[in-house]
Design a protein around this ligand. Sequence first.
Ligand code: MSP
Length: 512
Amino acid sequence: MNKNYFITTPIYYPSAKPHMGHAYSSVVSDVIARFKRLDGYNVEFLTGTDEHGLKIQRAAEAKGIDTKEFCDEISKTFRNLSDLLNLTNTDFIRTTEDRHIKSVQNLWNILLNNNQIYLSKYSGWYSVSDEAFYNENEIKEENGINLSINSGSKVEWVEEESYFFKLSEWENKLLEFYEKNPKFILPKSRRNEVISFVKSGLKDLSVSRKSFSWGIKVPNDKNHIIYVWLDALTNYISALNFPDKNNIKYKNFWPADVHMIGKDILRFHAVYWPAFLLAADLPPPKRVYGHGWILSGEEKMSKSKGNILDPLEIINKYGLDPLRYYLLKEVSFGSDGSISQDKLESCINSDLANNYGNFCQRVISFNEKNCNLSIPKKDNFKKEDLIILNKISDALDTLRLNIDNQELSIYTNFIVDCLFDSNKYFNDQAPWEKKNDIKRLNTIVYVSLEILRKISILLNPIIPETSLKVLKIFNLNQSNINLDSLKNHEILSVDSKIEKISILFKKIEKND
Ligand code: MSP
């Protein structure tokens, strides 16, 4: 079985500091990467920054800084955010790196040799903010300003010589490809959007610009620079050392298992990218998942709207794991979801402090008082014990499928459900009433510790630091925790010591 797995985040525009929307794409990708590693996969996890184009050039000009210096500075803040979010990315690509530039120019030459690119003239609408060309029917006028209907961003009229990619030739082939690969675009609703967009007819795509300079030059025509999306999308293969198709990274990891992106950039990933690849005789990725937006109130959280929750401030105030958990729990994955500090605090109290933290504290302190902080000897499991123990082992294959289909909310909700059941199990079995039946008392404690171990493993991809803190009391560390061990109800070895543990999550005082 192929045990390689390649997941990517979008590469972010370093036009401004990172915000919660960026953190969201990165965290959900990291959860999947970590889960797959726990399942024994060799995971390549790529993120980075998308540094060319007019948007970046103008942002640097506005600050009066040299464009490359500007990118260096902001790209660093994205790299720092990856560390702060405890991402397990294996690479961080910048599109200003030589490895990438070489790769993009190479892809261009292949497209040119395959007769997929020709020189002509573009006249039409362009949004610098989206770095996207729009058709007349995608534009509206408001107070004398022309805007993209879809994104609401300003568009400007462009007329210049441009190279075109023969996208129109790929309409039917793309539709066939979607048909043959029903899970290429997820969630399903977004797949339907893409299919109707393609069915409405594809025009050839302008893939070079002449009127500014910040980008990768078209080989053999230095007056043109390559369209920033053709440049940016190629990051997914340039990081695997394309064009060297014999390179081990390329061989192991292309086609990617999933490009995790926000729904705002679906068209680029689900239409243009597979068309470029097919036109270059390269296989398209296996999956493009377009997640929803993080909203503030009713609106998309974005720099231009000024309604940003700064991930850094939130991490400083509440800690990283609460933020990671909250993003997973609050937003029904695939849909938009509104977040707020107030709801974050409630989530910390209810799920993390009262549910996971409480179970952990109760079991360990009961153990301390009655079993001397060691793993007690268990008797035969009773039916009630097996129900709770089997709940996770029986669900394992479904959970694997959930993650393979990016059903992150189902995964998270299953854990929450297990936590409720665990607290209930401990209450119902009431080991404090079994002081005359030490065998039973010990068995209940053993089962409870096993459940704590299992749930902490399931939580590990979401809240890696805290779950590891729990697993360490059993002397387990990252390298010996894995999903297969969830099938086994007797991993903890009798008589071995467990360590005391401090409170996992402090409850937050709320005024309501
Ligand atoms: N540079 C392009 C992507 C190129 S990928 C080959 C880009 N960058 S971006 O910085 O503007 O945004 C990247 C991604 O950040 C979005 O697609 C989305 O995944 C995420 N988000 C930005 N704002 C967001 C929200 N408010 N909510 C959720 N995610 C959003 O587009």
